[in-house]
Design a protein around this ligand. Structure first.
Ligand code: PEP
Ligand code: MG
Length: 590
């Protein structure tokens, strides 16, 4: 068997092709000085290079805007702001004027200082910005010196799988789709700008592959599976065949599923399951409506801050929310307020040194630090609610005090809108159940909120103490762990007792096997990636819910996650086979 490297899935799709390892040479900017009477000319050169870099960035932003839309184009905003950053500009000028350095040397030195300061932070979220800084550096230096680099477009052989240590956002945008089948990088996170762009451009992509670019040579054949985050090096013929079959089967199943849009997600014994969509971007609403989702179960709003250096204003948020509400109406839209912190740390948040960001300033805790952030968002959500049913969902809630504080902010926002005669609507309030504490007191929280959304991604992470972003730990990240079964079952009972709707919106809801477990535990609403909805509907339509519940009830005494998973496969696997939703199709992932 060939060697398989596990990375982080960044953009789905299976491709097979030769590797092209893009080794951009290290930027060597020689230490050079100028005579004092040349200083002014260097200052002029620097400003001209900066202006040219700005023009090129605006051009790129325009290209992305026309190809992918305005939200994606904003990815280039932080780069424009970096080019205006007084600290970066003044620091460079000081080196030119006081130390007589050349413009290119002075700028590189200043960038180096920024970079080492940011890398010291060691947070994934800050690392993401380093790629932006690298982009800025390259663009400024491009007009000052000659920058050599690999040029894929000049190769005249087959299309390739591009392997690189890291891709900056502009390199990703510049990729020629006819030459690049897929992208594999050593660095990067799911939230890095290059990964976001790959998803928007439809380029299969795996990031976080550690040292792949040092391990493969040009021309070595690779299989890249973007949905699963895998790269197979020099696959055997049979492995290639297996992946090709799987890809083909997935395409066929997808086509078949597309013909079932009008059908209802009702089980064979007549129970109607709610099937909602998770949205990452406003544009995803079209896909959700097209597959007949019952509404939006989770609209993540972090897209409003990704790549931004300032807090998004109320108007911008309102416009984005309203667009989704209009697309989905009369179906409900659940808007989740910012879940910042963890691996999503926009530049406008004050820098905080944290050993464990996922246990630190995250979710609702940030609102305490920046009250305006939540207040403006609550106003924007209430205003969007004037156009259709909207529900407001808050992440990382652990206590009743937090529920009370949220209600108070919403009430204040509502009163202001009322006072100023601004159109708005009412929103039910829900909280994410995604920490062990919140699930343990779900029966108490249920008295203070209108609905629950259970986030399996974080619940598994926090219950089992396994970093959700660490691909090396994926074998420990186990939905089927007996502890999870009990906790999810308890949350469902607590919500039911007070008649509060509960929807599961973590990745587990997009996974066919996961859905069987959740339905068996009494969950009646699932919120999935739009691409998983039709598959889940097909599954729901072939099962007898009573039978699924009986099977799952019989698992409470089973001692290990592996056995629980195996038993579900053994007893309910037929449903997966008959719908062709077994693991091979890879349809379970967005
Ligand atoms: C979750 O934690 O399961 C969830 C849906 O939220 P997110 O993935 O955005 O943290
Ligand atoms: Mg979460």
């Amino acid at each position: 068997m060939a060697e398989t490297v596990q990375g982080i899935p960044a953009s789905p799709g299976i491709v097979i092709g030769p590797a092209f390892v893009a080794r951009w040479p290290r930027l060597e900017v020689p230490h050079a000085t100028v005579a004092p009477d040349q200083v002014e000319a260097e200052v002029t050169r620097f400003h001209a290079a900066r202006e040219s870099a700005k023009r090129r960035t605006v051009e790129l932003r325009g290209q992305v805007e026309s190809r992918l839309g305005s939200v994606q184009a904003k990815i280039f905003d932080p780069q424009l702001m970096m080019l205006e950053d007084p600290d970066l500009v003044e620091g460079t000028l000081t080196y030119i004027c006081d130390s007589f350095l050349t413009a290119e040397r002075a700028f590189s030195l200043r960038v180096l200082e920024f970079r080492s300061r940011w890398l010291d932070a060691t947070h994934a979220r800050v690392m993401d910005r380093v790629a932006d800084l690298n982009d800025v550096q390259l663009r400024v230096l491009a007009t000052l010196i000659d920058i050599p680099g690999p040029d894929i477009t000049k190769r005249d052989d087959d299309a390739v799988i591009l392997v690189a240590h890291e891709l900056t956002p502009s390199r990703m945008v510049d990729l020629d789709r006819s030459r690049v089948l897929g992208v594999a990088t050593d660095a990067g996170t799911r939230t890095s700008h290059a990964a976001i762009l790959a998803r928007s451009l439809g380029i299969p992509c795996v990031v976080g592959l550690t040292d792949l670019s040092r391990r493969v040579e040009n021309g070595v054949e690779l299989i890249l599976d973007g949905a699963r985050g895998k790269v197979v090096i020099a696959p055997t013929e049979s492995e290639k065949g297996w992946f090709q079959d799987r890809d083909e089967r997935a395409r066929r199943t997808k086509k078949e599923l597309e013909s079932t849009v009008g059908e209802e997600p009702t089980t064979r014994d007549g129970v109607r399951i709610g099937l909602y969509a998770n949205l990452e971007l406003p544009a995803d609403a079209r896909a959700a409506a097209a597959v007949g989702a019952d509404g939006v179960g989770l609209f993540r709003t972090e897209f409003l801050v990704v790549g931004k250096m300032s807090v998004p204003d109320e108007e911008e948020q309102y416009e984005a929310f309203r667009g989704v509400v209009d697309t989905m109406a009369p179906r409900p839209v659940t808007i989740r307020t910012f879940d910042l912190g963890g691996d999503k740390f926009p530049m406008f948040l004050p820098p905080i040194a944290e050993e464990n960001p996922f246990l630190g300033w995250r979710g609702i805790r940030i609102y305490e630090m920046m009250p305006e952030l939540f207040h403006n968002q609550a106003r924007a959500v209430l205003r969007a609610a004037a156009h259709g049913p909207v529900r407001l969902l808050v992440p990382m809630v652990n206590t009743v005090e937090e529920c009370r504080a949220i209600r108070a902010v919403i009430e204040e926002a509502r009163r202001e809108l009322e006072r100023d005669g601004i159109d708005h609507g009412d929103c039910p309030l829900g909280v994410m159940l995604e920490t062990p504490a919140s699930v343990a007191i779900a029966a108490i929280l249920a008295r203070h909120v209108d609905f629950f959304s259970l986030g399996t991604n974080d619940l598994i992470q926090y219950m089992l103490a396994v970093d959700r972003g660490n691909a090396q730990l994926s074998q420990f990240f186990d939905l089927y762990h007996p502890a999870l079964l009990r906790y999810i079952g308890d949350a469902v009972s607590a919500a039911r007792a007070l008649d509060k709707p509960l929807c599961v919106c973590g990745e587990a809801a997009s996974d066919p096997l996961g859905a069987l477990l959740l339905l068996g535990l009494g969950v009646r609403n699932l919120s999935c990636a739009p691409s998983a909805i039709l598959g889940q509907k097909k599954l729901i339509r072939v099962i007898e819910l009573e039978h699924v519940e009986r099977v799952v009830a019989g698992l409470l005494d089973v001692e290990t996650g592996r056995e629980i998973r195996e038993r579900i496969l053994e007893r309910l696997g037929e449903a997966l086979d008959s719908t062709a939703l077994n693991e091979d199709t890879g349809l379970s992932r967005s």
